[in-house]
Design a protein around this ligand. Structure first.
Ligand code: NAD
Length: 295
């Protein structure tokens, strides 16, 4: 068997194109330009690249973006005051504080300051509560939403499937598990203390790896015909003095046993940014009392 490679880049581009069309219509008919404020603290190279990409994608889709770049030694109070100011601005519909934060700034304190209606990362306790409580109106974390889109590109009805999510973080693993539960999967969350992880994975019709360990998931962990979504982003030596990105799954080996698999790069990563734009669009419509667009 050779698995279908799920082209996250193309699927994300199609989604962004749809968002761009909707934004164009909103600007014309409602005089509404969705706006995203991104707060970046310090000079973490990965965060800088992610933020640059988010801002660029906003511009491509016609959203307004603003970057607030604060020094690494900024005081927590100053970050909180900035977020309070952004909460009050009519031209800012989404607020994203790029993680990780320096040690003197508590992520929980900053995230809880964001107006839940503008919390486009979906990390605020109100949005977490809505998602896990099955209540309407949640802004759902972008990466797991993106994974679900990718799964839907190869299979629409997930009802009854055995899904295994490796990783229990609040930003990927847990919300991913909840979204799959909402799709009527039988969900197992595996983690660093799980006993016999390979055996757990072998039971999965749908395997989501969100760990951060290069190529941890081996060929014989994968049930023949499974759909495999690789969230991991790991930089490893390329053997020629440089480096390259790999996922949490041994991609080349998995290709021979899975029915569909996402590559790294070009799988989940581009979807995360596309869903951020979509969350910002949705947040803007809700704040204006406009029906949510179908994108
Ligand atoms: P995290 O460090 O918060 O969580 C990792 C999880 O993996 C933990 O729950 C831990 O229990 C589990 N784990 C660690 N070692 C394990 C092992 N040996 N066996 C089983 N489980 C183990 O990480 P995160 O923020 O959830 O991110 C996970 C990965 O996904 C990282 O590589 C990150 O870079 C990537 N990521 C990608 C995107 C994207 O847009 N593509 C977005 C977010 C995170």
């Amino acid at each position: 068997m050779t698995a279908t490679v799920i082209d996250g880049k193309a699927i994300a581009a199609a989604l962004v194109a749809g968002i761009a069309k909707t934004v164009e219509r909103l600007v014309l008919t409602q005089r509404l330009t969705p706006g995203l404020a991104v707060v970046l603290i310090g000079d973490n190279p990965a965060s800088t690249v992610y933020v640059r990409n988010k801002v660029k994608q906003c511009e491509l889709a016609g959203l307004r973006s603003q970057l607030h770049h604060l020094p690494a030694d900024v005081r927590e109070d100053d970050v909180i005051n900035l977020v309070r100011g952004l909460n009050g601005r009519d031209d800012v519909h989404g607020i994203l504080v790029q993680l990780p934060l320096p040690p003197q700034v508590r992520a929980a304190a900053v995230i809880e300051t964001i107006d839940p209606a503008k919390d486009v990362d979906g990390f605020h306790v109100v949005n977490v509560g809505r998602l896990f409580g099955g209540l309407p109106g949640a802004l759902v974390p972008c990466t797991p939403q993106g994974c679900l889109h990718l799964i839907f590109s190869v299979r629409r009805d997930l009802s009854g499937l055995a899904a295994v999510v490796i990783g229990r973080s609040s930003i990927v693993g847990k919300p991913m598990a909840q979204l799959l539960l909402d799709e009527n999967c039988t969900v197992t969350i595996a983690h660093s203390r799980s006993a016999d992880l390979p055996a757990i994975c072998r039971g999965a019709d749908l395997l989501i790896a969100a760990v951060g360990r290069p190529q941890m998931v081996r060929q014989d962990w994968i049930k023949p015909g499974a759909i495999v979504i690789d969230v991991g982003i790991n930089r490893v030596a390329d053997g020629r003095g440089g480096s390259r990105l790999v996922g949490d799954v041994d991609f080349a080996a998995a290709l021979t046993v899975a029915s569909a698999i996402t590559p790294v790069p070009g799988g989940v990563g581009p979807m995360t940014v596309a869903l951020l734009l979509r969350n910002t669009l949705i947040a803007a419509c809700r704040q204006r009392g406009i029906d949510e667009p179908e994108v």
